[in-house]
Design a protein around this ligand. Structure first.
Ligand SMILES: [Zn+2]
Length: 258
């Protein structure tokens, strides 16, 4: 089995699918992660934005990948592919779409994971565009060249597929590697807080903690959001996005020499 996780930024998979990823690696499956951007704006401090934080974030991601398991030579079993687009500026166009398709055709995954842009819980502009990209990349994959992989989407509020979480600590230990994104105190607190929350939930509902996904079947109508058309929905979320973007994505990539 070959799995491909598509992440708009380093840490997205560690936050959404860590347990699924770990269980796949533990089964000895061939697991790949494609990182669309390298988090060039992953800090609020302007003097760090650009190449400086990019270097830090790439290193942190490589450390996080090792949490899922390492080979005897110390390299992570989870294979990272840096796609090279800029954080906050991931384009949704034909060029990126065909580059992504070529990568999928090269890797020939059986299952692909990506963000859900249709029933999304996260309106970040890169997440939205990565979601559209992966959806259309798989939908229009030339059938003669590859088997169609299954597509599961995370960050969805319309989940229909659940992978039980085996060990809660995997998420926390993978998150903890993204040190520039959190504080040591938060890292210390997050596991006990999650454990408490979980115990409380389990006691009340009797349920198990799971990572949820929406399996896409590419049938007509499955992505329509009630009576709101996708176009209106997309306009609405890009409006929200642009407000976010203006405050966060300054200076411009040109000014940062990206
Ligand atoms: Zn992200």
């Amino acid at each position: 089995m070959r799995l491909l996780f598509l992440a708009p930024h380093p840490d997205d998979i560690d936050f959404t699918s860590a347990s699924t990823c770990q269980q796949a690696v533990a089964l000895g499956w061939d697991v790949h992660e494609v990182l669309m951007t390298s988090d060039e704006y992953g800090t609020e401090r302007n003097e760090f934005k650009g190449k400086r934080i990019k270097r830090i974030r790439m290193h942190e991601m490589e450390e996080a990948a090792k949490v899922y398991g390492t080979n005897p030579d110390g390299t992570p079993k989870l294979k990272l592919h840096w796609f090279g687009e800029i954080d906050g500026y991931l384009p949704f166009n034909k060029d990126v779409l065909s580059r992504l398709q070529r990568l999928i055709l090269d890797l020939q995954p059986d299952v692909v994971f990506g963000p859900d842009s249709f029933f999304t819980l996260d309106y970040h502009v890169d997440h939205m565009r990565a979601g559209w990209l992966i959806y259309f990349a798989i939908k229009t994959l030339p059938l003669s060249k590859a088997r169609h992989p299954l597509l599961f989407l995370y960050h969805s509020f319309n989940n229909n597929f659940f992978v039980p979480v085996k060990a809660l600590s995997i998420q926390v230990s993978a998150w903890a590697k993204h040190r520039s994104q959190t504080t040591p105190l938060r890292n210390k607190l997050i596991l006990p807080v999650r454990w408490l929350f979980n115990t409380f939930r389990r006691a009340r509902t009797g349920s198990t903690l799971a990572e949820g996904f929406r399996r896409v079947r590419f049938v007509a109508g499955e992505n329509v959001l009630g009576k709101v058309s996708q176009r209106t929905f997309y306009r609405l979320v890009t409006k929200v996005n642009n407000g976010y973007k203006r405050s966060f994505y300054t200076p411009t990539p040109d000014q940062l020499g990206l």
